[in-house]
Design a protein around this ligand. Structure first.
Ligand code: GAP
Length: 514
């Protein structure tokens, strides 16, 4: 575990050192849970967004995109339930003056029981060696059973309190479990209160005519309130989908794990409108489609899993998360939800306008049901960084840090390096750069030894480097180096475009999606 924490720290500092992610407002000591993307980060982020957008909008002839505004009429958030119910239960420690999410404190406590169980099992595995029967040990060990019983009882009590929205019970659980503040070490807790996660501001120029507006906490509502505009103007027939990428804002109480939980972040959401009653046929199809999108990146199927929700929001009739194995455990990257007709019905009710769809095949009007796929760009970015960051031991005792990004996502596709900074090699390299820059994101670099330059490109994940040497001036060939194998081959300059296009383009990645 400690080793994994170390890896995560290294990834965070790598992100900063190589221009992927910077803390926001750093020269003013930063702003909690807000981050900026640097020169490399923005390219990687844009590539992730293109991969998603193209897989949705280009590969499905019944999905189109929109870009709705961040500000929306405040009644939208009343209708969607966010004004009344988009809350986290928070608790303060009176001694440290620190604020926590009560549910997170209890979930951390559950994780502690899990850790205790795993420690017991690891100790026994060491003790018994090859003859160790793990299943039998888990079923019979007194210590394991004791921890498991405590965990189960806590889980049951916690789930009941959350379902009943019982804030007093949440506090009582924290007291009964003896949970202390990690800063002060005391149990001097306030009562638990609900805290709404939406940011608000005022729209208008005079004090009395101002209207309270919210920064959207999800992009989905911009799709719901536009679905009929799109359906009519695009002559869409059910089933059809609307995709959107955009910023969302949540005043997260506990913001941790770098860009995993941010206050300003980006979502890629798609709402798929279907006939009532067919939603549970579409739900598994979208689960499979989305899992395939993740796995096509080649990070290994074992690093993903579904986490089906047992506790469903009142408007959902199925929900699952796609989780990815981060250095801090399996974590949600994407949610897939069968949201029934809840949102559209609520907007009909609150706006007083009919937003029913007329189905020409059935010759009837109805409020469509919706399957939603919702993924955070920043979480996806983090999962890509975690999966790609590698420290490799080389022959001769040297190590190299390499970002083994899928080539289609890499910020820079090709580095063009003159072997030396003289004899006409920079001019020749510039000439090649000026030709290839129309095809790929290329970088020209002539500073430092060739070895150092390769390492710099490895660290930002550039899949290919070419070296321009003295022979290039004679035979118009260059040395092409592969980032992952470090193998080199001699290729004609005229063939570079053709040779690399297939390897680094999004098209080759998209073609893996059937
Ligand atoms: N429209 C549905 C919706 O917003 P969600 O599960 O609250 O569902 C969807 O969010 C995705 O958005 C999550 O799976 C996650 O990837 C991302 N996300 C949510 N809150 C986030 C935060 N504070 N920081 C970064 N990403 C976040």
């Amino acid at each position: 575990m400690a080793q994994q924490e170390d890896v995560f720290k290294k990834i965070v500092s790598h992100c900063k050192e190589y221009g992927f992610v910077f803390p926001s407002s750093e020269i003013y000591d930063g702003l909690g849970a807000v981050y900026d993307y640097g020169q490399m980060g923005v390219e990687l982020k844009n590539n992730i967004k293109s991969y998603w957008w193209q897989s949705m909008v280009l590969l499905h002839d019944n999905i189109v995109g929109i870009d709705s505004a961040i500000f929306m009429h405040p009644t939208i958030w009343k209708a969607s339930g966010h004004v009344d119910a988009f809350n986290d239960p928070l608790i303060d420690n009176r001694d440290s003056k620190k604020r926590y999410r009560a549910d997170v404190l209890i979930e951390d406590q559950l994780a502690k029981y899990d850790e205790k169980i795993e420690k017991e099992v690891a100790k026994a595995r060491k003790r018994f060696g090859d003859s160790f029967d793990e299943a039998q040990y888990r079923a019979t060990s007194k210590n394991v059973l004791e921890h498991q019983a405590k965990r189960d009882a806590l889980h049951e009590r916690y789930a009941a309190a959350m379902n009943a929205n019982d804030l007093n019970e949440l506090k009582q659980i924290i007291l009964d479990e003896g949970i202390v503040c990690p800063i002060s070490g005391t149990r001097n807790w306030t009562d638990v209160r609900q805290f709404n996660l939406m940011f608000s501001t005022e729209m208008g120029s005079t004090a009395d005519a101002n209207m309270k507006v919210y920064l959207r906490p999800e992009t989905a509502q911009g799709i719901f309130v536009n679905y009929l505009n799109v359906q009519k103007t695009g002559r869409m027939k059910i089933p059809f989908g609307i995709a959107q990428i955009g910023k969302a804002f949540r005043n997260e109480i506990v913001a941790r794990q770098f860009i995993f939980r941010m206050r300003e972040f980006e979502q890629m959401e798609m709402q798929f409108f279907v006939r009532p009653g067919s939603e549970l046929e579409w739900f598994p199809k979208w689960k499979q489609t989305r899992m395939q999108w993740h796995q096509a990146l080649g990070f290994g199927a074992e690093n993903y899993r579904f986490h089906d929700h047992d506790k469903l929001a009142h408007y959902a009739n199925a929900a699952t998360d796609i989780e990815f194995l981060m250095p801090f455990g399996f974590k949600e990257v994407e949610g897939i939800h069968s949201r029934t007709n809840f949102d559209l019905s609520q907007h009909e009710k609150y706006s007083g306008k009919s937003i029913k769809y007329f189905d020409p095949e059935l010759n009837e009007s109805y409020t469509p049901y919706v399957i939603e796929t919702s993924i955070g760009v920043d979480r996806m970015f983090l999962s890509v960084m975690c999966a790609s960051y590698k420290e490799e031991a080389l022959e001769g005792g040297e190590t190299r840090v390499v970002l083994a990004l899928p080539p289609a996502l890499a910020p820079v596709k090709l580095a063009i390096l003159p072997l030396v900074r003289k004899d006409g090699l920079p001019e020749k390299a510039r000439e090649i750069f000026n030709e290839l820059k129309f095809h790929f994101n290329c970088q020209y670099d002539e500073k430092d030894s060739i070895g150092k330059r390769y390492r710099r490109q490895d660290a930002i994940g550039t899949p290919y480097c070419i070296t321009v040497d003295h022979d290039t001036l004679e035979d118009n060939c260059v040395t092409l180096r592969n980032r992952d194998t470090m193998e080199q081959e001699r290729v004609p300059v005229a063939e570079l475009d053709h040779l690399l296009a297939d390897k680094v383009s999004l098209t080759s990645l998209l073609k893996k999606l059937k």
